[in-house]
Design a protein around this ligand. Structure first.
Ligand code: SAM
Length: 193
């Protein structure tokens, strides 16, 4: 049983685009209540359930408390936009690095669409900034955003740092009409000129 139906969005994205596989180290940003982490635990083999496959790792971070889950490590009451969170994440990740950074973060909606959009883009940008310290070269970033004016800005920032960037709209998100995900692959630190 998944803690939240958002699990089906990640299952769908992963089935289609192969983001998670056994042995990978995953950072799940905005992880509460923990459904994406549940999916990640299975797909990266964090519990070693498949003895013939490499064992992965899942770290979830959220402003809220995340109830314990076998196979994941959680950093609760932590703000991804707070610079002190980076050190804590680095200490908790194996060798301080992740292969995949995913963010299903969402700010508390004000109801003012443009403002909510901007806030979420800023959350995505702070995840991208953090990537330079923790994302492995060649790594993947998957992040939720709400459509609006600044999406292009986020997309161009992602394109500076990743080989490929695409927009995904899972079937399971169809009700939340303004919601989509960026899937960026092939992380490189250096910005091309
Ligand atoms: N993917 C989760 C799951 O499947 O269980 C659901 C995530 S929920 C849609 C969005 C989460 O983002 C909320 O729990 C919220 O507390 C978190 N969040 C929002 N802003 C954040 C921030 N600045 N730092 C960390 N988490 C944040």
């Amino acid at each position: 049983n998944y803690r939240c139906r958002s699990a089906f969005k990640l299952l769908e994205i992963d089935d289609k685009h192969q983001v998670l596989c056994p042995g990978l180290s995953v950072l799940d940003c905005g992880a509460a209540p923990g459904a994406w982490s549940q999916v990640a635990i299975q797909r990266v083999n964090a519990l070693g359930t498949d003895a013939s496959a490499p064992v992965g790792f899942v770290l979830g971070v959220d402003l809220l408390r995340i109830a314990p889950l076998e196979g994941a490590v959680f950093l609760s009451n932590a703000d991804m936009t707070d610079p002190s969170t980076l050190n804590k994440i680095q200490e908790m990740l194996p060798s301080g690095k992740a292969d995949v950074i995913m963010s299903d973060m969402a700010p508390n909606a004000t109801g003012i669409q443009e403002l909510d959009h901007e806030k979420l883009i800023n959350l995505c940008l702070s995840v991208l900034d953090m990537s330079s310290s923790i994302l492995q070269p060649g790594g993947i970033m998957l992040c939720k955003f709400w459509n609006g004016r600044d999406a292009q800005l986020l997309q161009s920032r992602l394109m500076e740092h990743f080989c490929s960037v695409r927009i995904i709209k899972p079937q399971a998100s169809r009700k939340e009409s303004a919601e989509s995900y960026y899937l960026a692959r092939g992380y490189r630190k250096t910005v091309k000129n």
